[in-house]
Ligand binder design. Structure first.
Ligand code: MTE
Length: 318
């Protein structure tokens, strides 16, 4: 993503995707060769870690909205992250966020609603409401993953707040805490990170508030304890570590749209036919794959969500 490059950020701190993939492939091959040589057992096909020890989160229903595509390795999902509050280096959040405090966690719900309140996370999300949804996450830099999220459809909690007729948009804000989040000590972005959805997008059944993945509590680097997942949009819409949900009459001023208005819009709908000003969006590399694949319109969710944008020019929906 474009970043406002402050003078004190060395370019070496930003891991280039190609270098990461080369390094990763090298490590994978080396690990494979070493293990095969030592044991005669091939690693091929082993993907997720043991998740049996999971959850105090209760029974999790599988969602029919899931894709049946192969899931990305747990290790890749949790070690290659965009989380600028910790670092612009994609490999750094996994260790820099290790001690991030996610409990107790309060979410302030405010704006155009009848029932504004400060919620403890456990009052907002109940274990029996959780479901597993396997969704694609497609990032703007042309990489994608298939992630088994655990979460609650956002629409299932919105009703509780009783939005008024003035609520046209929902704005989400990430925690601001530079002591815990070292990336916030530099003005890489305008902190705190803010994202938003139009009300009908927020109420769409595909929009999820995630609290876990792979049957486990969400790892810190993936946005613990509460993050958004909007699978038909580029990854930057899926805001992490949410502390505020505000219902508004006007379109929220979102962080990336402020940082690069010509490059990152409010809608950020995945669209292979609309190029990013600096690169094509036609193809993507699924993390773990060698070859690139064609990017699908609305990330493969066109049948479900294209109607939300009827009559709008797709070129304005970047
Ligand atoms: N949320 C916050 N608060 N800060 C961020 O830097 N990065 C976004 C999004 N949510 C980001 C964020 C981007 S660019 C992407 S691609 C996804 O998180 C990455 O999610 P993942 O690390 O779980 O794959």
């Amino acid at each position: 993503m474009l970043i406002k490059q402050a003078d004190d950020i060395k370019s070496s701190e930003i891991t280039d995707e190609k270098i990461y993939l080369q390094r990763r492939r090298f490590l994978k091959t080396t690990a494979h060769v070493t293990l095969t040589a030592a044991t005669g057992i091939s690693l091929a096909g082993i993907s997720a870690p043991e998740v049996a020890a999971a959850l105090s989160m209760g029974d999790i229903k599988p969602s029919p909205l899931s894709t049946d595509e192969a899931k990305t390795d747990f290790k890749d999902i949790t070690s290659y992250n965009n989380f600028y509050e910790f670092s612009t280096d994609k490999e750094a959040p996994a260790h820099l966020a290790k001690n991030f405090k996610t409990s107790p966690w309060t979410v302030s719900v405010e704006g155009e609603i009848n029932k504004p309140a400060q919620y403890q996370l456990e009052d907002l999300v109940k274990p029996h409401q959780l479901q597993e949804r396997i969704y694609r996450l497609r990032c703007v830099e042309a990489w994608s993953m298939v992630i088994p999220w655990v979460g609650i459809p956002l629409r299932d909690i919105i009703g509780r707040f009783e939005p008024t007729s003035k609520a046209k948009y929902v704005e989400f804000t990430t925690l601001y805490d530079p002591e815990q989040m070292p990336g916030q000590r530099r003005r890489v972005l305008n902190w705190p990170y803010v994202e938003g959805l139009r009300m009908d997008e927020a109420m769409h059944p595909l929009t999820l508030l995630a609290v876990g993945l792979y049957g486990q509590v969400l790892p810190n680097q993936n946005g613990a304890p509460l993050r958004l997942v909007v699978p038909w949009k580029y990854g930057f819409k899926s805001i992490k570590s949410i502390v505020k949900i505000r219902f508004t009459q006007t379109q929220p001023q979102t962080t990336w749209a402020q940082a690069g208005p010509g490059e990152y819009g409010f809608y950020a709908n995945v669209n292979p036919d609309v190029d990013h000003p600096r690169w094509s969006q036609k193809r993507e590399r699924r993390i773990g794959d060698f070859f690139k694949r064609d990017t699908l319109m609305l990330n493969g969710y066109a049948d479900q969500v294209a109607s939300l944008y009827q009559g709008m020019d797709p070129k304005t929906l970047y």
